[in-house]
Design a protein around this ligand. Sequence first.
Ligand code: ADP
Ligand code: NA
Length: 333
Amino acid sequence: SFTPRVFSGIQPSGGLTLGNYLGAIRRFVEMQEAGTHETIYCMVDMHAITVWQEPERLRHNTRELAAGFLASGVDPEKSILINQSQVPEHAQLAWIFNTVARMGWMRRMTQWKEKAGKNAEEASLGLFAYPALMAADILVYHATHVPVGEDQKQHLELTRDIAAKFNHDYGVDFFPITEPVIEGAATRVMSLRDGTKKMSKSDPSDASRINMTDDADAIAKKIRRARTDPDPLPESLDGLKDRPEARNLVNIYAALSDRSVEVAFGEVAGQEFSRFKPVLADLAVAKLAPIATEMSRLMQDPAEIDRLLARGSERARAIAAPILAQTFDLVGM
Ligand code: ADP
Ligand code: NA
């Protein structure tokens, strides 16, 4: 039996979005506060460089992401907060997993297919191997649970496959079969410009997303201008089925107000967008603007952020090093 332990990560490949906040960070804080699991949260800079990152941007984005975690309520006393490259055990276990994972498994990953696109020959080898590193991030701590958005579900399944194959090949019950934690209204926050695409920090259109650093005016403006169809909200939830943009705004409203979609929708059913959008904008500003303010305060002392991360790494390595040593031993190294 394994210690109940949560691991999850976010790439410092750009600013944090509302999607990262509602789909990931907010859940991280809930799990930290529940006190039922040890919680380890990670900036995955080694994942970020699988596509080109300007070095000074990467350094800035990593600190800003740390500030985003802290401002959202990740407490470095209750959780372990780390930057991936500072815990070398991740990369070391990833190499073992590169020998466990099969080419065919990796080729089936939709994120690989989407990110490499038609030009797969020019994509980095790291982009292809990304899910094996992600498996190592999780399993180097024997993490039992991983809170993620919908888009990461397939990578979690691959992590389970790698753990099972390792256990089978070496005839041991060493790695846990990790459970994804995917639930709530905001497991997939969509673009404000196109309800069929997920909101992402890598979308070239800034109007498509709410950044966690956006000020009150920017947040309100983006919500006012969010694409919608001309009809008012329907009278019942069923009526949102083929209206992805409307559905997305309702989901965001529910998630920001900490209620189920059913309950939150009950309040706004039948409303015109001209009435609903300002209510949503006020709520978003009330919830998000204080986080942005706290992030910018934290960013004024980058040395303090670096100190916190160095401490996190030490605590993380105390868990990871013995697990890696046992892995090497099982492999015969
Ligand atoms: P991004 O796609 O913005 O680059 P990451 O790949 O770093 O984000 O993902 C970090 C976490 O945020 C993952 O758990 C992912 O599932 C979650 N996440 C990212 N975008 C969204 C979204 N639009 N809705 C819900 N969760 C999301
Ligand atoms: Na992602």
